[in-house]
Design a protein around this ligand. Structure first.
Ligand code: PMP
Length: 401
């Protein structure tokens, strides 16, 4: 008898499990709108040209595979913080940011969670309802208590701003407030610039610590600066903030696991101490991070020519998503005779759309129409082609009514 006998079968991951089911389906119209990964109009994965160019540069230079320092590649840490805050931002000029390379967005969030667990015992993280499913797993495994604040209003398929503000106010003073920097996952609903100011006011009033998850910089609007404006608003107020970054989507480096955790502190001295403790937390977890993605990012962001090309490719990707969003909306309006207002689809931003389909309706999408999606009604528009918009609209209209 096995010593592991009492280990039960874990349930499949609600997002990555969708791809497994998709692969097993043989229907010709099948569509995978589960995982948030960019596809071309032919629904093929896409490696950015600038990534290939950066990789060629690396080969030409004959770079080695020695270990990186615990905090990661220095050139990467420099450019990643500059990309986020802007190179001329006072937090950069005053050396107030502790930046450590992480294992993409997830690993960077996990490192920040470990920092919270160690140095803020009992402090709570408040997360939006709903949020990216893995946030809960990350804080659970790091033993950081969390609770939810209201965010999504099913009646308007929009932001429950009053509910959000009330819940942020009601959280114990000094809580960490997890915010999606742009392109909220799963809803695609972001606060307006005016609403961001009020959110910042309330967080300051309550002495909370903002904790940004930035997984889509440049990918939401097509502009790197515009997508970082929420984070910069908080930094410009002199607040101490945490920011996790990911290059999975905007550079298409999903499997390279490249990202960073940035802790903005009130002094350079504090930032140095925070950084030393982040390294101390990273060392026993994974020792040091992988080099390949870090070199790609530092080559692309640090080279004016490649940087310019990257922005063009990113605009192209963001533009394709916007155009299928529009086409899906048009198809829904044309096909649905019930008079339902679908304009919420156009108000959402980023790679996801929250359709408002409930669990049973989402199951109908998959079982009858072979459209694979998460059961919360979220679809990834990055996995949709214009050619399949009408088919998807048929499926949605059928599932709704
Ligand atoms: N945060 C959010 C909100 C996300 O949507 C994602 C990607 N799905 C991540 C973090 C992290 O992804 P990764 O670990 O691949 O960077």
């Amino acid at each position: 008898v096995s010593r592991f006998e009492n280990i039960t079968m874990a349930p499949p991951d609600p997002i990555l499990g969708v791809s497994e089911a998709f692969r097993a389906d043989t229907h010709e119209m099948k569509l995978n709108l589960g995982v948030g990964a960019y596809r071309t109009e032919d629904l093929q994965p896409y490696v950015l040209n600038v990534v290939k160019k950066a990789e060629n540069l690396m080969l030409e230079r004959g770079e080695n595979k020695e270990y990186l320092p615990i905090e990661g590649l220095a050139a990467f840490n420099k450019v990643t913080a500059e990309l986020l805050f802007g190179a001329e931002n006072s937090v950069i000029l005053q050396h107030r940011v502790a930046t450590v390379q992480g294992l993409s967005g997830t690993g960077s969030l996990r490192l920040a969670a470990a920092l919270i667990e160690r140095y803020f015992p009992g402090a709570k993280v408040i997360i939006s309802s709903p949020t990216w499913g893995n946030h809960k797993n990350i804080f659970n495994d790091a033993r950081v208590p969390w609770s939810e604040y209201r965010y999504y209003d099913p009646n308007t398929v929009g932001l429950d701003f009053d509910g959000m503000i009330a819940d942020v106010k009601a959280a114990p003073e000094g809580s960490f407030v997890l915010l999606h920097g742009c392109a909220h996952n799963p809803t695609g609903i972001d606060p307006t610039p005016e609403q961001w100011k009020i959110i910042a006011d309330v967080i300051q009033e309550k002495k909370h610590i903002p904790f940004f998850d930035v997984a889509y910089q440049g990918f939401a609007s097509g502009s790197l600066d515009e997508d970082a404006s929420s984070v910069r608003l908080f930094a410009d107020r002199g607040m101490e903030i945490l920011v996790a970054q990911s290059y999975s989507k905007n550079l298409g480096l999903y499997a390279e696991r490249i990202g960073a955790i940035n802790v903005v502190c009130s002094t350079a001295d504090t930032a140095a101490r925070v950084k030393s403790q982040l390294k101390r937390l990273a060392r026993p977890m994974y020792s040091n991070p992988p080099v390949h993605g870090a070199r790609i990012v530092s080559n692309v962001v640090g080279n004016p020519e490649l940087f310019r090309e990257w922005k063009e490719e990113m605009e192209l990707m963001a533009g394709r998503i916007k155009s299928v969003r529009q086409k899906l909306y048009d198809s829904l309006c044309a096909k649905d005779k019930s008079g339902k207002d679908w304009s919420f689809i156009l108000q959402q931003i980023g790679m996801f759309s929250f359709t408002g389909l409930n669990k049973a309706q989402s199951e109908n999408m998959t079982n009858k129409w072979h459209v694979y999606m998460t059961k919360d009604g979220r679809i990834s528009l990055a996995g949709l082609s214009s050619a399949k918009c009408e088919y998807l609209a048929d499926a949605i209209v059928d599932s709704y009514h």
